[in-house]
Ligand binder design. Structure first.
Ligand SMILES: [Zn+2]
Length: 69
């Protein structure tokens, strides 16, 4: 092991750590854990498992969208 690789180890480790943190923040932002629909922004009050009644995101069984005509 030479000097260059000894220096690169902490650099790569901190870089990977920063990337992991950034990825987690991004995932948290995308996942709708804040309680809003990730598709239309409708306030689901945290109940994202039931899907979105506004745009039909994540709804199952009844189809993606109810369209009264
Ligand atoms: Zn929605």
């Amino acid at each position: 092991m030479n000097d260059t690789s000894l220096i690169m180890i902490p650099v790569l480790a901190s870089g990977a750590m920063l990337a992991a943190v950034a990825f987690l923040v991004w995932k948290f932002d995308q996942s709708g854990l804040g309680g809003t629909c990730p598709q239309c922004g409708y306030d689901l009050q945290g109940k994202i498992s039931g899907g979105c009644p506004e745009c039909g995101w994540n709804r199952s069984g009844t189809g993606s969208r109810e369209d009264p005509s």
